[in-house]
Design a protein around this ligand. Structure first.
Ligand code: ADP
Ligand code: MG
Length: 235
């Protein structure tokens, strides 16, 4: 079985070599737990391993995403020029001068068919092996009953195209779940990021709750966000 290396220090050991190819992994956590950084690091590391990627942004302006990545030294501009990276803008709604210059814009993210059409085009154009959707929660905020269907449709398309994907799932601070039964059961893997106050200090940790196709660490692992991104303590 092929595995896709996250390239995140400590993480591939926890996953016994990486995420099984074609898996859809729900990356779940509260606000500020590092979901976007983890996802961006996964995409950038892929680019350096010659695995093209697509990043779908629903929560932040595409320029903000690029700026955040640059802050960690993850400059994707060359890869974008070479046609190995694409950002899908499902944030601006196609409004504004920036959107006019963009190649991949989703005007109505709640229209799953439009999203899938744009995503499919981006994936085919760059021959993406890795895809991030940040976040899938935004796709069904106003209609939670649609969650299972949305996740299933996306999974079908992306697995069919041979991609290994991270679906970011937002949960509230005190929620122990991963984003609701619809999404939790539909995905191949679940990685949960946490932020807990311990003796007056916030500590970051993660746990792999599920990963189809492989054994994995069953422990909670502390991690840090450094100026080079996420570093996981594999002990
Ligand atoms: N250069 C950095 N060094 C250390 N921590 C950082 C750095 N940049 C951001 N962070 C931390 O990352 C958090 C944001 O992570 P992010 O991935 O955007 O969270 P979310 O889970 O909401 O997507 C910030 O609240 C901050 O604590
Ligand atoms: Mg985020």
């Amino acid at each position: 079985m092929k595995r896709v290396k996250t390239g995140i220090e400590g993480m591939d050991e926890i996953l016994q070599g990486g995420i099984p190819e074609r898996n859809v992994v729900l990356l779940s956590g509260g606000p500020g737990t590092g979901k976007s950084i983890f996802s961006q690091q996964f995409i950038y590391n892929g680019l350096t391993m010659d695995e093209p990627g697509v990043y779908v942004t629903l929560e932040e302006h595409p320029l903000q995403v690029l700026k955040n990545m640059e802050a960690f030294g993850w400059d994707v501009s060359e890869f974008e020029k070479e046609g190995k990276f694409a950002i899908v803008d499902a944030f601006t709604g196609g409004i504004g001068s920036y959107a006019e210059k963009e190649e991949y814009v989703v005007k109505d993210p709640e229209d799953i068919r439009e999203l899938i059409d744009v995503l499919r085009k981006a994936v085919n154009d760059v021959k993406a092996k890795r895809v991030v959707i940040d976040s899938v929660t935004t796709l069904y905020l106003t209609k939670p009953v649609a969650a299972r269907n949305v996740v299933f449709q996306l999974k079908k398309v992306l697995a069919g195209l041979g991609c290994t994907s991270i679906f970011v799932s937002q949960v509230s601070v005190d929620d122990r779940g991963f984003g609701g039964p619809g999404v939790e059961h539909g995905v191949d893997g679940i990685i949960r990021l946490d932020l807990d106050e311990i003796n007056g200090e916030l500590k970051r940790s993660l746990i792999v709750w599920k990963m189809r196709g492989t054994a994995h660490s069953m422990k909670r692992h502390f991690f840090e966000i450094t100026d080079k991104g996420i570093v996981v303590n594999k002990e």
